[in-house]
Design a protein around this ligand. Structure first.
Ligand code: VG1
Ligand code: CO
Length: 543
């Protein structure tokens, strides 16, 4: 086996976005593309000589091939050991757990998360640091810089490593340790939650359906929900990871998980339903007759987490991304704990979790997690919900009703306009940015603007500053609209419009969301000129 050095040149556009580098699969499969990026990661972390890394991915097309390349490059870089999930599979939270549990020097996760997979769809790579969390901006900036100056990369000339058999092999001088992707993660879940209570709930006839969306969570959900907790076989559907996710988007929202929504709204609704995304870090929670908004889910979990053994001592604090609704803020206030507001993306929660300032974190995009790992965690959220329901004896809908009665309701929706012309979308937001100072005092669609600004974040732990994190307009009475461009898409630009209003009139707590938010939606369109500029009549996705 011989190490070779391959000459290369910088490839444009290898700047990690909200969560790693995501590109069309053919781009990633292009000459030197993956190799350049991986070498840039090695450079950014001071090389991999003598280090131990974790490697796994969500099973999408090219996952298996990319794993072999990354292993050969780790070996060429002198890595001591790489811990790989069997068949190169690891959910993002399971990878985070392994990085922490085995005290490694970080890990490489191959995933484009909720983006579709396949020869013509999306692929992605992200690096997680030794705390198990996504690389912070300082590291992703270094990775990007390295991609702009790269001249060569090192790789071992070798046969493929057998990743289907558990146990240790070697690649050159490097140990490749193939592990069961589920075992350590399942043990962690068992340590956090009252599995006996959930088991008893299910044994008592409580019904559930989990849709793994043909993605990586299937094996985890089957093992935990069916084998360990006793849900009947077939409770977990679409449980076998497939390279193209069955042709759909593994995105747990009312569009891509429509069959699940139809199920809970129909006559055969189970008591509880849930779905997860491509890499298993997101969750969608549903109950009979109800789809739970992710922001509400975060608030409900924060209010009730003490019912789970892992959180019986209460929460140190909570954190949410800026566009996430402020429902959790009300819970934090009632509990007398801190609530942090961060930019979009899980990498901004890492410092708060490490410093013990926050226990629970969440995003409006269906990501919730805690300090048990350093990633959001779909199945964890499902289990916390089940633990809460098992201990409270309430239904999902009843839990929400009671929550709103206590705290009031933050009505919330997000409108996405996908595949917009990038220059047009950027110009639209640039223009709005320029007009923000003039908005306060204006009455738009019947609502008076109270304040308007561009969100920036100063990390309270390391003092780092992140600018340009979304344009926000607050209205008198507590309503709000936020505009930002997605950092995970691979085609043109995606405009995200986040809409929220607060209601505490007990008579208006169960109204249709679109009705309550109608004038905020109209105001958002007027403020940014969305229809005029995009020529679109309606958003592509409403969540
Ligand atoms: C989206 C979500 C964000 C999430 C990110 C990664 O980012 O809005 O909340 O952290 O995806 O999630 P953006 O920049 O497209 O809005 V995942 O599950 O794709 O790792
Ligand atoms: Co994800």
């Amino acid at each position: 086996m011989q190490k070779i050095t391959v000459e290369t040149r910088p490839i444009e556009g290898q700047k990690p976005g909200t969560s790693g580098l995501r590109k069309k699969t053919p781009v990633f499969m292009g000459p030197h593309y993956l190799e350049n990026f991986v070498q840039a990661i090695w450079t950014a972390i001071g090389g991999v000589a003598g280090k131990t890394l974790v490697l796994g991915g969500d099973g999408r097309y090219f996952n298996d091939r990319a794993a072999q390349v990354i292993l050969r490059m780790a070996a060429a870089g002198g890595a001591a050991r790489v811990i790989v999930g069997q068949n190169a599979l690891l959910s993002t939270p399971a990878a985070s757990n392994l990085i922490r549990k085995r005290k490694t020097d970080g890990g490489v996760i191959m995933s484009a998360s909720h983006n579709p997979g396949g020869p013509d769809e999306d692929f992605g790579v992200k690096f997680n640091t030794p705390n198990g969390g996504p690389a912070p901006e300082e590291v992703t900036n270094r990775i990007f810089e390295a991609t702009t100056t790269i001249t060569s990369y090192d790789i071992l000339e070798a046969q493929d490593v057998d990743l289907s058999t558990l146990g240790e092999t070697t690649l050159g001088d490097m140990v490749v340790e193939v592990v069961d992707p589920v075992a350590d993660y399942a043990a962690l879940m068992e340590a956090l939650f009252d599995f006996d209570a959930i088991r008893a709930l299910i044994a008592g006839g409580f019904t559930l359906r989990f849709d793994a969306m043909h993605a990586v969570t299937g094996p985890y959900a089957k093992a935990i929900l069916e084998d360990i907790l006793g849900a009947p076989a077939g409770s977990v559907v679409n449980a076998v990871p497939s390279p193209d996710f069955g042709g759909g988007h593994p995105d747990p929202n009312p569009i891509w998980a429509k069959p699940l929504v139809d199920l809970v709204m129909g006559p055969d609704a189970p008591d509880f339903a849930a779905a997860s995304d491509g890499d298993g870090d997101r969750n969608m929670i549903l109950g009979r007759g109800i789809v739970v908004t992710p922001s509400d889910s975060l608030a409900v979990l924060a209010a009730n987490a003490h019912l789970a053994p892992g959180y019986a001592d209460g929460l140190k604090g909570v954190a949410r991304s800026m566009p996430t609704s402020r429902a959790v803020d009300r819970v934090a206030e009632a509990k007398g704990i801190d609530c942090y507001e961060t930019p979009t993306g899980w990498k901004f929660f890492g410092n708060l979790l490490d410093a013990g300032r926050a226990t629970l974190c969440g995003e409006e995009s269906a990501g919730t997690g805690s300090d048990h790992v350093r990633e959001k965690d779909g199945l964890w959220a499902v289990l916390l919900w089940l633990n809460i329901l098992a201990r409270s004896g309430k239904s999902v809908a009843g839990t929400l009703s009671d929550h709103w009665q206590t705290f009031g309701r933050n009505y919330y929706t997000r409108h996405d306009y996908e595949a917009l012309d990038k220059a047009m979308a950027e110009a639209m937001l640039d223009d709005l940015r320029g007009r923000l100072p003039g908005l306060p005092g204006q009455v738009i669609a019947g609502r008076t603007v109270e304040s308007a600004d561009e969100f920036a974040y100063d990390d309270p732990v390391d003092g780092s500053h992140s600018a340009g994190q979304g344009l926000r307009v607050h209205f008198q009475g507590g309503a709000r609209v936020v505009f930002r461009l997605s950092g995970t898409g691979t085609v043109g630009a995606t405009l995200r419009v986040y809409l929220e209003d607060f209601v505490d009139d007990p008579a208006r707590l169960e109204a249709p969301v679109e009705e309550v938010l109608a004038d905020i939606i109209a105001a958002a369109d007027e403020i940014a000129g969305i229809r005029n500029r995009t020529g679109r009549d309606a958003p592509d996705v409403k969540t």
